[in-house]
Design a protein around this ligand. Structure first.
Ligand SMILES: [Zn+2]
Length: 267
């Protein structure tokens, strides 16, 4: 029966650069609430003709679509744009995950317009696959893998202040995987390069997609083995071992770094 057929709702993730469009609503109790708009909402902007609207494949009840706009959408009572990182504080964890994937697809789309092998304009073939019509080269989103490591020394952990950190917090040693390396070798190399320390007992903690702009963070726990802290000055401005009692400002809840630090505090 056609009229009982359930229509799958569509949710729209609209980006200008890393700014995500959110709808502002006032609940019956008078509270302000933010959400990612649905197809039932009248968007303040439409995808330009010829612009790619991407479907973001997710194990989700809703169909997720995304497109990029060329300028910031002016804030109104109903609409606002917010940076992807900050959106974590406004939308549900599911929406934040979907936003991260949508953003990575748009980023990939913008950076794969031409074949890297022969320079011919590429053609979109599948949601995350493009192909060069001239030489047949296939392009998938490139994901940069990085490790992040919590180093324990007795009752303390190592926290560092990276020069590229956005904010005033202290975080964990992290760095990109190099070709030919295992994740554990990457942990040892990055810790040595950034802090001059040797670590042991490297165990896997968990991982997290990191859409800034397109990465995967693999988290590890390790124990201090030997060495004196000698910071790599170009990347790290401060670093020391801290106990639970004297922790500095730590990363925000959205990051795996925070999950690892919280795990250590609870254990
Ligand atoms: Zn080509």
């Amino acid at each position: 029966m056609e009229d009982t057929e359930k229509q799958v709702p569509e949710q729209w993730f609209v980006f200008f650069k890393d700014q995500l469009l959110l709808k502002r609503e006032i609940t019956e109790k008078g509270e302000v609430k933010y959400c990612v708009p649905y197809d039932t909402d009248i968007l303040p902007v439409k995808p330009a003709t010829g612009d790619t609207v991407h479907e973001v494949l997710l194990p989700s009840e809703v169909t997720v679509r995304t497109f990029a706009v060329e300028q910031l959408i002016t804030e109104t009572e109903e609409w606002m744009m917010i940076g992807l990182r900050d959106s974590y504080e406004y939308i549900t964890p599911e929406e934040y995950k979907a936003a991260g994937k949508a953003y990575q697809i748009l980023y990939w789309d913008q950076h794969s317009r031409f074949c890297p092998s022969c320079g011919t304009p590429t053609e979109q073939k599948e949601p995350i696959m493009k192909k060069c019509p001239s030489c047949g080269y296939e392009i998938y989103p490139h994901i940069a893998t990085a490790i992040i490591v919590l180093i324990r020394r007795r009752e303390e952990i190592l926290l560092v202040r990276g020069r590229n950190f956005r904010g005033t917090f202290y975080g964990l040693v992290a760095g990109f995987l190099e070709p030919g390396e295992t994740l554990e070798q990457c942990v040892q190399r990055e810790v040595m390069e950034e802090t001059g320390l040797k670590v042991k007992n490297i165990t896997y903690f968990g991982n997290q997609p990191w859409p800034y702009p397109s990465g995967l963070m693999a988290g590890f726990i390790a124990d201090y083995e030997s060495g004196e802290i000698k910071l790599q000055e170009e990347e790290i401005s401060a670093g020391a071992f801290y106990s639970k009692k004297n922790l500095p400002e730590i990363p925000r809840k959205l990051s795996i770094a925070r999950k690892m630090i919280d795990w250590w505090i609870d254990n």
